[in-house]
Design a protein around this ligand. Structure first.
Ligand SMILES: Cc1cc2nc3c(=O)[nH]c(=O)nc-3n(C[C@H](O)[C@H](O)[C@H](O)COP(=O)(O)OP(=O)(O)OC[C@H]3O[C@@H](n4cnc5c(N)ncnc54)[C@H](O)[C@@H]3O)c2cc1C
Length: 397
């Protein structure tokens, strides 16, 4: 089988699926190649936190991306529900930020200035107000007399496995072709164009066995933490590296709280059916994707210190995922240098679930030759190089 597509996407995580959904919605015939199972890597492993976006025009490129994504998530949740009937549990639950140490109080003070500049509402909560809203915090308040609470009402959450399921169903309704267990292993090239992507099918998945390559007019690399491996076939080095995060899932009878609870880089995220996620950590251990007893035990003691009732809830599951990290935490978005029809959307690190909506819209705009909703220069490959005013306007950079 060797069909020709408007767009072939390598990688079926939230980034690849969102781009497929967006471009197929605009009439393109799209294929998604997935080395394993659709949406089962970092995009499944994540927590689904969508931190509030700026309401004033931000100058910072990441804040622009966050703000656009944040607005689009509300719209996409409705569209996906209409198209597929799936409730992605997109909820404007708010996020409570907890500071128990001097360093955490200092960080939160800086964050508050930043939020205020961006027009993001933030409310100081007294200890009694916090305990009134979330009674399980009472032991923490008794133990930590200096504790501070700040509430950001516009923080949202999605249940990412459901969001992924909705994207897959929506793509199917738009006739996107999925090739699972089909790993992109190289490209057939002609001058500075990719003609087709070569595929290796997993032995046990012979439904695609006859497929050895897929032709397309354009190719987009959205292979998450593995993107660097694929890009090496195009002689491009991004330095995208896997950063492991671990997670523990508690099962409660009913949701013990509805908002996201944050302390430093760790968080508790409730699901509507009573499950509570506790995460996470950042570890550079290559492509090793197992949990470790030390980190899981550390996460549990932190979670149960914040909300002691969790110590009586059974652990439903625990897992690890590999975030695609970039050297400056900016994702790579746009055309690949020196290639006419090859694109990248990768390196979203801790924010890929959130930034997937804006990524999809921006990538569609670039690939369809439209003006982009925001400047993509800060997200180009080779941004470590100094740019002359001439080279900034060169779209191949
Ligand atoms: C513990 C944890 C918590 C997180 N929490 C949040 C959060 O709360 N909010 C948030 O916004 N983000 C969060 N993230 C980050 C977010 O999950 C990632 O940024 C996002 O999922 C990246 O999406 P992706 O599609 O680029 O990568 P992935 O989901 O990893 O998908 C890449 C896909 O490409 C496939 N692939 C790889 N190589 C090939 C190849 N050669 N050919 C074909 N397919 C290939 C892989 O099998 C995989 O399915 C979290 C991540 C982790 C690990």
């Amino acid at each position: 089988m060797n069909r020709n597509y408007d767009l072939v996407i390598c990688g079926g995580g939230v980034i690849g699926l969102s781009i497929a959904f967006e471009t197929a919605s605009h009439g393109w015939k799209v294929a998604v190649l997935e080395a394993s199972q659709l949406g089962k890597a970092a995009s499944w492993a994540g927590a689904g936190i969508l931190p509030a976006g700026a309401t004033m025009e931000p100058t910072d490129p990441l804040e622009q991306l966050r703000s656009l994504s944040h607005r689009l998530h509300g719209e996409w949740a409705l569209r996906l529900r209409e198209l597929t009937g799936i409730d992605t549990e997109y909820r404007r639950s708010g996020g409570l930020y907890i500071a128990t140490t001097p360093a955490e109080r200092a960080t939160l003070a800086a964050n508050r200035l930043w939020w205020t500049e961006l027009g993001i509402a933030v409310e100081p909560w007294s200890k009694s107000h916090a305990v009134g809203k979330a009674p399980g915090l009472a032991p923490l308040v008794a133990r930590e007399p200096e504790v501070e609470f700040w509430f950001v009402p516009d923080d949202c959450r999605i249940r990412n496995p459901r969001h992924i399921a909705a994207l897959i169903a929506a793509c199917r309704s738009l006739s996107v072709d999925f090739y699972e267990h089909s790993q992109a292993i190289g490209f057939d090239l002609a001058a500075n164009r990719i003609e087709s992507v070569r595929i290796k099918c997993e032995k046990d998945h012979l439904s695609n066995a006859s497929l050895t390559s897929v032709r397309g007019d354009r190719f987009c690399i959205a292979s998450g933490a593995w993107s660097g491996k694929l890009l090496s076939h195009l002689r491009i080095d991004t330095g995208i590296l896997p950063v492991r995060g671990q997670m523990v899932l508690y099962r409660c009878e009913a949701p013990p709280f509805t908002m996201i609870l944050n302390e430093g880089h760790r968080y508790l995220v409730p699901r509507d059916d009573g499950h509570v996620l506790a995460g996470s950590c950042e570890e550079e251990v290559g492509f090793e994707c197992e949990t470790t007893p030390e980190v899981i035990s550390d996460l549990k003691s932190w979670a149960e210190g914040i909300w002691p009732e969790l110590s009586r809830a059974p652990i439903a599951s625990q897992w690890a995922g590999l975030r695609p990290g970039s050297f400056d935490s900016f994702p790579y978005l746009g055309i690949l240098p020196s290639w006419e029809n090859a694109y990248i959307a990768s390196g979203h690190f801790r924010h890929g679930l959130h930034w997937s909506t804006a990524t999809a819209v921006l990538m569609r705009e670039v690939m369809m030759g439209e003006p982009t909703s925001m400047d993509l220069a800060p997200f180009r490959l080779q941004r470590g190089h100094t740019l002359s005013p001439h080279s900034i306007s060169d779209p191949s950079l």
